[in-house]
Design a protein around this ligand. Structure first.
Ligand code: PBG
Length: 331
């Protein structure tokens, strides 16, 4: 006989399971809470009218013409999402990415249309040349190298044109040195001192951007992005990148990708205690979608667990293709 003791046999001062006994008690001691205002929804804006083209590797994510982008923002707002970040898919590309600062290009047109239709939604714009160059690189290529300072001049033109269209936030994602300071002073000189800068400060050279490059047709035609994006092995260097961008005038600093760099998010938040964003990137989204479609994971739980982890690590803002689904799940 193996008697089961109904009274306490163990003398335990602490039993951590007490606070896990019911949903109400768990909710009472919960340390991390997601809220829809922290989600920023990325949108890919293309030319044309009535265009809504799903990206094969990103179920639920579409290339949208300006009119459809406005509808998407209205729906996102109804779900509780209050900020978006725009990427452009121009028809015209050249070797210096000049459509990045065309006032009639998709991003600039979408900013104006969105601010007109839903003025209280925060509109950020991605500032980079990779979607605008025919070679798919993030900058001007001279002698097979991405030349830093001429690229910064182009980025400044793009950022100013986004601000002129009415963007609330410009977000340089190129990883050139000195671009935040150059953009800040150009914005200020032209009277856009209220336009904020969200710097992709610690952006790693990651395999998880694959589906985005399908969505934005921005894969480099030759070579890779290792000469400007960070080596995934480095964390101390991320703090130097963030420190530099703050010194140059960044209002928000970003770590990207998110899940494989949770330690970096934590260190950035703890070191600088600055508004910190994390980008849950296309490959991270695609992995969850693929597993869910195969019936291998419970998508809703996996989504909330992932976003909770990013927030728990220290991110105040989460850029995610799940923004609308997650906002609805929290409602
Ligand atoms: C560059 C940019 C990229 C992403 C955001 N901005 C692609 C890259 O660096 O190659 C990736 C976002 C994602 O994968 O979801 N404009």
């Amino acid at each position: 006989m193996n008697p089961i003791h109904t009274h306490s046999a163990l003398k335990l001062a602490r039993r951590l399971r007490r606070l896990r006994a019911s949903e109400n008690i768990r909710a009472m001691v919960r340390e991390t809470r997601l809220a829809p205002e922290m989600f920023m929804l990325p949108l890919f804006v293309c030319e044309g009218q009535g265009v809504r083209r799903e990206v094969p590797s990103m179920p639920g994510v579409c290339n949208l013409s300006v009119d459809e982008a406005v509808k998407e923002v209205e729906h996102a707002k109804a779900d509780g999402v209050s900020s978006v970040i725009l990427f452009g898919l121009p028809d015209q590309k050249d070797d210096i990415g000049s459509s990045a600062y065309d006032p009639e290009a998709p991003v600039q047109s979408a900013v104006r249309a969105i601010k007109r239709a839903v003025p209280d939604v925060v509109v950020a714009t991605d500032v980079c040349l990779c979607e605008y160059t025919d070679h798919g690189h993030c900058g001007i290529v001279i002698d097979n190298e991405i030349s830093n300072d001429p690229t910064v001049e182009q980025l400044v033109r793009a950022a100013v044109s986004h601000a002129a269209a009415g963007a609330d936030i410009v977000a340089p994602s190129d990883m050139m040195d000195g671009r935040v300071g150059a953009i800040r002073s150009a914005l200020d000189e032209r009277g856009f001192e209220r336009t904020a800068i969200m710097a992709y400060a610690a952006k790693y050279c990651s395999a998880f951007y694959g589906p985005f490059r399908d969505a934005a047709a921005s894969a480099p035609a030759f070579g890779d992005r290792r000469s400007h994006q960070m080596d995934p092995a480095n964390a101390a260097e991320a703090l130097r990148e963030v420190e530099q961008d703050i010194a140059e005038g960044a209002d928000i600093v970003m770590v990207k990708p998110a899940v494989t760099y949770l330690d970096v998010i934590t260190r950035v938040k703890q070191t600088f205690n600055y508004p910190t964003a994390a980008y849950h990137v296309s490959g991270e989204y695609a992995m969850l979608k693929a597993a869910a479609r195969n019936g291998w994971i419970d998508e809703r739980r996996a989504m909330i667990e992932t976003l909770t982890a990013i927030h728990r690590a220290g991110a105040d803002i989460i850029l995610t293709y799940y923004a609308r689904e997650a906002a609805r799940a929290l409602a």
